[in-house]
Design a protein around this ligand. Structure first.
Ligand SMILES: Nc1nc2c(ncn2[C@@H]2O[C@H](COP(=O)(O)OP(=O)(O)OP(=O)(O)O)[C@@H](O)[C@H]2O)c(=O)[nH]1
Length: 900
């Protein structure tokens, strides 16, 4: 049988040539490659060897797998090993296998080889040629392999030399790592080569090799704690570096920092980052140095100011809600210190947090000082300021005697004004309208170089309120009782007022010259009111005088001074001036004018002043004789100008440090007063709801009241409001001092009220406005006249009755029918007049056929109010169009009939 070549057999078996060659070699056949031929025996033997493990049907799969395996092996080995090494390795393997087999088949093979050689030499020249070619190819292959191996060996040597150089350098630098470095450098070449050429191996992070900070050390210790062996067994720890970590510097970008992952890309990036970082840090460094330099320069220029430690205040006057900053200012300490102190006291706060009273007190105690809460003063409460000044004067060491302020009281016509006239040597009563004193006057009388201030209060009942106010500033009341008239109602009222004010009374029994004078009777009457003369064991001074003749007036003055001495009246002229308004009015040329009585201190021209709800600066000051003065001492009545508004009588006044404050206070008070007034008008509660409803059903007479002085306004308004007419009451819508002006008319018109002017007249514009608005203005100079008129008007309002009054007769002369308007009658006024609002009756043949209202009234094309006798007019009647020529028209009005 012919010999078969291995590749043929491989093809037949569906195996790779190499596999078959290997198998054949395993069996010890004398073959070289897949071209080698096999004998039949060898073929069979090889088939047997291959067959069991390689079933025919899976040949392809196996082939594939083998191919893959071979490829992988080759690829891996080509990377991992140098060619020569791989060759050696295969040689070794080959030799091992040969050794194994050599024992059992060496002789046999040797003989076979000889045989085959012989056989081959005997072959055809073609075969020999092919063999030679093959041999030649093999030689070439071997030569190439040898060259490659030499080159790789050379390259490896160079690499090792380089590496060793670097390692040696590092070894010198890093003594602690010396040992390990040496170990690594002494490692076998194969291993090292393997490392370099082999696939990437994940290396321990260089981070672990960083110099250990304290923190890192701690962390590492914590981590390694459970793994630690007992201390006794521990050997001195030499850090065993991982293989790669022994050459860290060569991998750390030359600076020992940064992470090296072994990737060139990342290396590069790290380098760049690092460079940038370096650059940045350099800049920072430069900047720092520069700043240092600058700071230093500043330090040189400006020596540091050391804050002076100011002493703590004796008392911490605080307000609740202050914060650490506020308290820091008061205590002359840094707010941070305050916060710290509070923290120590257990109060967690910041500099801006409001603190309560207790905390602030605690803080003061911590500093060892007293604390006092600041009491808020409402400077707009001038009554309070006034009272404070009064109290201050009582404790003042600069008190001086002051003139007594005397008020003369008594019943009407008992001679009060005559007495004052006598005292002032002027005749006031003759000029008084209606013979009644209408104003509070204040005068000073000199008696033996001593002064007595008199307030002339009117005796009429309507002025009782003013009298009571007069008593407030009064030290002594002189009660005038006519000897021929005796005690009257207002005498008793005066006694009550004086007593309630705690003011001592001196009784002046007047009109001793009158024929019916009976002083003992008067004395008896007064004793009923606990006014007991000294003669009767009492302490009331009785003086019998005649104001008319002047008898005993001097003695009365002496008695007043005596009483003043008993009272020891004193004041401090050096303190801030306070006092009371006696009277106020609006002067046309001078503006608001106020008669005031200085009670404490000294008022000077130019003083910023708040008077009631007004304020200003004292511009001109005039005394009771009409002379200008610059100063007003205690108990001195003066008239002042310079206020921004007219104050009310009995208002308090207080002088302020500056005009700004005075203005602020005055404005605040005016605003408060306005608010109060509004609340008074608008406020309706459950308590007053019934009253309000009741008032809604009542008819009201609205009055706008204007007078020359505030006292008259008050007196008149009180009298008017007292008028009682069943079902009707007076409502004073507005009252004030000064002429009747436009706004008064507007207000009266809007409120359907009329205006009463007392001693004042309307301005020209107000007069014309009143006429156009049909507002009634009544002017009076005597109070009771005004009261009587109002009373009559009020009676007129009670259920007024109306009666018809025919005002005119007309005859229709023409009619026109206009669509949308109706019938227009052209009529002639035969008698009287027709008004636009007239009622109208249509009379035809003596019979009233319609009674209605005029709808429109015209003359030619113009609407008119009224058409009088002798004129033509055009008219329409509401809801009636059946108008015919010669119809008679009767115009009429419903007129109010006053109750009798
Ligand atoms: N015979 C006599 N008549 C006097 C005396 N005093 C006043 N009269 C008169 O009494 C009247 C009233 O005097 P007045 O001084 O106006 O009285 P009044 O108390 O001021 O009156 P009112 O201002 O209304 O409060 C006048 O006619 C005086 O002339 C007096 O001493 N003797």
């Amino acid at each position: 049988m012919a010999k078969q070549r291995i590749y043929e057999l491989a093809k037949q078996l569906g195996l790779d040539n190499k596999v078959l060659v290997d198998k054949a070699k395993e069996l010890g056949f004398n073959i070289k490659n897949h071209m080698s031929s096999l004998s039949d025996t060898e073929v069979n033997e090889l088939k047997n060897k291959v067959k069991p493990s390689t079933p025919a049907k899976s040949h392809n799969d196996e082939k594939e797998t083998e191919k893959k395996d071979n490829k992988i092996k080759l690829s891996v080995s080509s990377i991992r090993r140098p060619a020569s090494q791989s060759k050696n390795h295969s040689k070794h393997q080959h030799s091992d296998q040969a050794k194994k087999r050599s024992n059992d088949s060496s002789n046999k093979r040797r003989s076979n080889r000889h045989e085959s050689d012989k056989k081959q030499s005997n072959k055809s020249p073609k075969v020999n040629k092919a063999r030679d070619l093959l041999a030649e190819l093999q030689q070439k292959q071997r030569a190439e392999e040898t060259t490659l191996a030499k080159e790789s060996e050379k390259a490896r040597k160079i690499w090792h030399e380089e590496k060793n150089k670097v390692q040696n350098q590092n070894t010198e630098n890093q003594n602690s790592q010396k040992k390990d470095t040496n170990e690594v450098t002494n490692q076998p070449e194969e291993k090292k080569t393997k490392k370099v050429l082999g696939p990437k191996i994940l290396k321990p992070s260089p981070a672990r090799n960083r110099p250990k900070t304290e923190e890192n050390k701690q962390k590492q210790n914590q981590k390694s704690k459970p793994k630690r062996k007992p201390a006794m067994n521990r050997t001195p720890q030499i850090p065993v570096m991982p293989e790669e970590s022994v050459k860290p510097d060569s991998r750390r970008n030359g600076n020992g920092h940064g992470r090296n992952t072994g990737k060139p890309g990342r290396k590069g990036r790290d380098n760049n980052n690092f460079d940038r970082r370096n650059e940045h840090s350099d800049k920072m460094e430069r900047r720092k140095r520069k700043n240092k330099h600058n700071n230093h320069a500043e330090e040189v220029r400006k020596p540091k100011t050391v804050r002076k430690e100011r002493p703590l205040p004796e008392v911490l006057v605080f307000e609740e809600g202050m914060n650490a900053q506020d308290l820091g200012k008061l205590l002359h300490r840094e707010p941070a210190e305050i916060v710290k102190k509070l923290f120590m006291l257990g109060v967690m706060t910041n500099q801006n947090q409001s603190l309560d009273k207790d905390t602030i007190e605690l803080l003061a105690a911590e500093y060892g000082i007293e604390s006092k809460e600041k009491v808020h003063e409402d400077i707009s409460d001038i009554d309070n300021l006034y009272q404070k000044e009064v109290e201050a004067s009582k404790e003042s060491k600069h008190q001086e005697s002051r003139p007594p302020v005397v008020t003369i009281m008594g019943h009407v016509d008992h001679g009060k004004t005559t007495l004052l006239d006598r005292l002032r040597h002027t005749n006031v009563s003759e000029h008084e309208a209606g013979g009644i004193t209408q104003k509070i006057g204040a005068y000073q009388v000199r008696v033996d170089d001593r002064l007595i201030t008199f307030l002339d209060t009117p005796g009429h009942a309507a002025f009782s309120n003013m009298r009571a106010r007069g008593a407030e500033v009064t030290d002594i009341v002189v009660l005038v009782v006519a000897a021929d008239d005796g005690v009257m109602p207002q005498t008793i009222e005066a006694i009550d007022h004086a007593k309630s004010a705690g003011v001592p009374i001196i009784v002046a029994i007047n009109k001793m010259d009158a024929p019916g004078a009976n002083p003992s009777h008067v004395t008896e009457q007064l004793m009923k009111y606990n006014l007991i003369p000294e003669d009767y064991g009492g302490d009331t001074i009785f003086v019998k005088i005649s104001a008319k003749t002047g008898d005993n007036v001097e003695e009365l003055l002496q008695m007043i001074l005596l009483q003043a001495d008993v009272l020891e009246l004193k004041a401090d002229p050096h303190q801030k001036a306070i006092g009371t308004v006696v009277e106020a009015r609006l002067s046309r040329g001078r503006g608001p004018v106020a008669d005031i009585l200085v009670q404490q201190g000294t008022l000077e021209v130019g003083d910023p002043i708040v008077v009631g709800n007004t304020f200003g600066r004292v511009r001109v000051m005039t005394n009771d004789k009409g002379r200008r003065v610059k100063k007003a001492t205690p108990s001195m009545p003066v008239e002042i100008t310079g206020l921004n508004d007219v104050p009310e009588s009995a208002d308090k006044f207080v002088v302020f440090e500056d005009e700004k404050t005075a203005r602020a206070v005055g404005e605040q008070r005016a605003q408060n007063a306005l608010q109060k007034q509004r609340e008074k008008v608008q406020h309706v509660t459950l308590d007053n709801l019934f009253d309000t409803m009741k008032r809604e059903n009542m008819k009201e007479v609205g009055i706008v009241l204007k007078a020359d002085v505030q006292g008259s306004v008050e007196a008149l308004s009180q009298s008017l409001e007292k008028i009682e007419v069943e079902g009707v009451r007076v409502n004073i819508i507005h009252s004030g001092v000064g002429a009747i002006n436009d706004s008064d008319v507007t207000l009266a018109s809007a409120s359907n009220a009329f205006i009463i002017g007392f001693n004042v007249r309307p301005t020209a514009t107000a007069k014309s406005q009143a006429e156009s608005d049909e507002v009634d203005i009544r002017s009076y100079s005597v109070i009771y006249k005004a009261i009587d008129d109002v009373e009559a008007a009020m009676k007129g309002m009670l259920e007024p009755t109306y009666e018809e009054k025919v005002t005119g007769n007309l005859t229709i002369r023409e009619t026109w029918k206009v669509s949308k308007v109706g019938t227009i009658a052209g009529a002639f006024v035969d008698s009287g007049y027709i008004h636009r609002d007239s009622g109208i009756r249509v009379i035809r043949n003596g019979v009233v056929i319609y009674d209605g209202q005029v709808a429109s009234l015209k003359r030619f094309k113009d609407d008119v109010k009224e058409v009088k006798q002798g004129f033509d007019c055009g008219l329409t009647i509401e809801n009636y169009n059946d108008l015919k020529i010669d119809d008679e028209l009767e115009a009429y009005e419903m007129q109010e009939v006053k109750p009798k």
